[in-house]
Design a protein around this ligand. Structure first.
Ligand SMILES: *Cc1c(COP(=O)(O)O)cnc(C)c1O
Length: 388
């Protein structure tokens, strides 16, 4: 009998969009947790990680470490007293975790479009949203700013608006640890800010987050609420609804190790972005997120916008993405705006179609700090095979 020839197709190794990148020192902190039996959502690594973060961010902030960025944002909304029926403004072009906690509180999100430079919230549409909601007797209770893919939003203009209308700002700095605005770290501008240490972020604790504020009362209360809101008594006494949101001491150990190399990770991500820009900037129809005056992005992800009216052979974003996928390279469309999500279809929206077009034409390229030269070459050859 004739045997079929089983041809072995060699699949090249996967290149991820952004995967965890350990430095080795994390193990020492994790071992300490094991050796001292601090396997709990409290302990020396949690305190140490919070101190490391506060020292890194400067501006005399305090930090409460949580088990996710989403939990941190939920706590931030509670701390600002957001409740049932309140309205909260949020950038539409973002990950759902920026908006979901608004709904956890029974509040209503009001979405705002982005502007072309930073791809973050448009100050013009933000003001329009504030004015219109006030005219309806629904003054927004908070504004959630997002620094998408590490890029600062137009902080100066937005803080002026927030001050003028007296609305507190929550900074969603989940993607932007290490970015700065006029040399001041993102995460220090809002009344409260939140961080994320999820597996795909610039540094990770496998899962984790942080609440940041200059106001130590907020941070104390965040820790209280995150540990089931236990009043001080030998038994379990509760005068508030609590949450189980604290970061474990084992995960905080990973975080302490990661803090040692955060600046290197920022440097590497920026190098990767500059390499992509060097490779693609002269190709018609390809554009990037821009650092405006005073802005420094950690370039968490390198993202291109593909205008297929101008690209060679009218190559589209989707064609580029699929061609990368076939070669076992992970690339993803830009976030789908929240006002287009079925779950938020009834929420008010202020803007035009800028974020929609970014969703249609934007592509996040592999940007992990653990990418090597071979990885970058594989990605760039793949892209250039269509674009040159
Ligand atoms: C990752 C992320 C979050 C949520 O963080 P988790 O730690 O995954 O809960 C919130 N907002 C944005 C913009 C994010 O990218």
């Amino acid at each position: 009998m004739i045997q079929p020839v089983l041809e072995k197709v060699k699949q090249e190794s996967k290149i991820w969009l952004s995967s965890p990148h350990m430095c080795g020192k994390e193990r020492e902190f994790v071992n300490e947790a094991f050796d001292s039996n601090w396997i709990a959502p409290l302990g020396p690594n949690v305190n140490g990680f919070e101190e490391d973060l506060a020292a890194y961010l400067k501006e005399d902030v305090h930090v409460a470490a949580t088990n996710s960025g989403t939990a941190a944002l939920h706590l931030a909304l509670i701390l600002l007293g957001i409740g049932k029926g309140d309205e909260v403004i949020c950038q539409s072009l973002t990950f759902a975790a920026s908006a979901n906690p608004i709904v956890y509180q029974g509040a209503v999100p009001v979405f705002v479009d982005s502007e072309p430079g930073t791809w973050n919230i448009s100050p013009e549409y933000l003001e329009m949203a504030i004015k219109q909601r006030i005219s309806k007797g629904k003054k927004p209770k908070a504004i959630i700013l997002v620094h998408l893919y590490g890029m600062p939003c137009k902080i100066g203009e937005i803080l002026r608006l927030a001050a003028e209308y007296e609305i507190p700002v929550i900074e969603d700095a989940a993607e932007s640890l290490g970015s700065t605005y006029y040399d001041r770290k993102l995460g220090t501008f809002g009344e409260i800010a939140i961080l994320s240490f999820n597996g795909n972020k610039i540094i990770t604790t496998s899962g984790g987050g942080g609440v940041v504020s200059k106001n130590s009362n907020y941070i104390e209360k965040a820790r209280f609420l995150a540990t089931q809101a236990r009043d001080s008594a030998p038994h379990y006494e509760h005068s508030h609804i609590g949450y189980n949101y604290r970061l474990s001491n084992v995960c905080a150990g990973i975080g302490r190790g990661q803090m040692l190399i955060l600046d290197d990770r920022v440097k590497k991500r920026r190098q990767i972005f500059n390499s992509y820009r060097g490779l693609l900037q002269d190709i018609p129809g390809i554009s990037f997120q821009e650092e405006l005056t005073g802005m420094f992005s950690n370039r968490w992800l390198s993202v291109i916008q593909v205008n297929s009216k101008l690209t060679p052979n009218h190559v589209t974003r989707e064609l580029l993405r699929l061609n990368l996928e076939i070669a076992n390279i992970e690339a993803r469309p830009v976030w789908k705006p929240m006002h287009l999500q079925p779950v938020f279809k009834d929420a008010p929206y202020f803007g035009e179609d800028f974020s929609e077009n970014l969703f249609k034409n934007g592509l996040c390229l592999p940007s992990g700090s653990n990418m090597n030269k071979d990885h970058f070459e594989r990605v760039s050859k793949n892209i250039l095979s269509l674009l040159s």
